[in-house]
Design a protein. Sequence first.
Length: 489
Amino acid sequence: MPADLASSMPPVADYLRLLPEILLTTFGIVVMMLEAVSKGKRTYLGVISLVGIAAALVANVPGLISESGPAFHDMVILDGYGIFFRTVVMGVGFLSTLASLSYLEREDEGQGGEFYALILFSLVGQCIMVTAADLIMVFIGLEISSIATYILAGFLRDDRRNNEAALKYFLLGSFATAFLLYGTAWIFGSVGSTNLEAIRKWLPENQTSAIMAVAVALIFVGLGFKVSVAPFQMWAPDVYQGAAAPASGFMSAGPKAAAFAVFFRLFMTSFLPIHERWAWLMWGCALGTMCIGNLGALLQTNVKRMLGYSSIAHAGYVLVALAAASSIGVSAAMFYLASYALMNIGAFAVIGYVASRNERFVRIEDLAGLGRREPATAALLSIFVFSLIGVPLTGGFFGKFYVFQAALNSHLVWLTILGLVNSAVAAYYYLKIIVAIYMREPEVATMQLEAPPVSLRLALWLSAIGVLALGLFPSALLQFATSSATTLR
């Protein structure tokens, strides 16, 4: 090999720092190739996907494969913050794949391998997003993740609800991505670079730049859509209701966590010098998102649609931590997103199971008598619902506690009070699920319910154990989140 070519190649350490993404891509390609030559049941493709995600999780263990540091000419950076969010999104992918095995077999979806491959490719994009140190890498990661999730939303091709969900998600998502790209172009025109560190160094001496203010607003719009914050939340209820339940659970947790990771990395590092100019925006959007999500959920009778509005409200709680603009707020949001991922994946998995073939039973009334029909599954769903409410001894309680504590430390008293009021409002519509499970008689049509398959039970139990572990022993994850937040740059 010529010396000049060898010297231009990235060192081995750069590839090791991106080993999880390389593994996920490799397994995704393998699953796609095997899908083309497989006949009959394709459940083993899901197992291969699980092995691939597990291997990527092992490669993500700090210090086990590679040391932290920048890679590929500072385009990406492996730090504690990126490692934390990589673990979260890959954990979401693992649980979603596990819950999908029985769902796809029940729906007789012959192209199951495509579903698993799309999850793997979406995880690749999300992992790139959380380790990106350049706006170009943020855009690339966002597009890889988004294109895969657009297809996931409409995966059941013969279902008109899936088609509608995919079309809405694609059109609005593409429109929002254009805002992000336009904002990136304006930043490059002003700074001469899209590197996050270069932007942070340029801003202190150019805080009054009107072009930069517009660019930050454009990027906020692009990311705001991905995490469904007001006023860019209109797509979430329709998409979560129309998509297949495992896909809805995956979209509500993985891409949202990755987008919030970018949100915090940008606004708490590159854009921090102009904090006074965007703080009011975060304050107002956090309040509006909580109110729209919770008030919208009050009126819903479809459980998936209600969880869609619920996801909007939870995005508002995370935005409260961003409004706090402190390292405590960052670690609180990290803890919150980890616990939210577990409880939301579990809730959507149970709904997908109860809904039966073609998702016929997705109303709150269809959960009636579940405590008598499937006591264990009902108990697990209750754990997820109580965590969504924020009941003590669950991960959701400490997630909200740390977020509101961070807001108080930043003297955001009114935002904290209004956030607590919203949490009380949310308890009403969540408790309707508990009432239906244990206090109502089931309809004849929903009486018959087969026992949950092993893969689904494993996904539910892993999610529930995670929720309870974060509620009973929150300090371990919080300490890791706190130490990871200090590496954010």
